[in-house]
Design a protein around this ligand. Sequence first.
Ligand code: DC
Length: 226
Amino acid sequence: MTGTRAVAIDGPSGAGKSTVGHALARRIDATFIDTGLMYRALTLAAVERGVDVEDGAALGALAGRCQVAVERPAPDQRDRLETVMLDGRDVTRDVRRPRIDRAVSAVSRHAEVRAAMLGVQREAARRGDAVMVGRDIGTVVLPDASLKVYLTADAQTRALRRAVEMGRPERYEEYLDEIRRRDDADSGREVAPLRQADDALVLDTARLNVDECVDAIVARLEEIGA
Ligand code: DC
């Protein structure tokens, strides 16, 4: 253990990990770290520099060359939970583009990429109390986390939520396909696949709202004295 408190939150795309994780971090005064943004920033770097998303060695080398930082947004940036910097450039909007959505699963499945990210993520969690969200946080990155949470919801609920968020109800079917494709890719890959840690607190966000999830996590933290 590191002496700091760490809550690991994993789950599939669109389960509400960022929203719940951010609200939890505020409630318990911890730093919120969304590891998906790190994979997205590396994917953006690869797309911009023409690095093949199937070439693990080249991507691992690229990860070593670029500087990815996830920071708290400026007070006037109310439209976001975090700011992502790639080599000193604010890429917060770029990393959410559909082109990156489509490529990020391919990039994040390589062992070389995951090895490069592991050190950065563990180091970030060592700096102080942290709420870290992703796919493999409780299983691989922070197996000694104070508490592991697995957030989930059925694919239809997640697709509907995305359609509402984007203001594009007519694209529901498209979002559903994309979510299913990403679920398969994230759960089916060989290295650090998405799976529920044995000792995780499992919460279904189709049934619980954000506050109810945060309340349940805080109650469990108190119960275990973390
Ligand atoms: O949470 P997100 O949708 O922003 O994550 C983008 C992609 O990054 C997702 O398809 C899987 C990958 N990812 C991962 O492999 N491991 C993590 N810890 C976080 C994200």
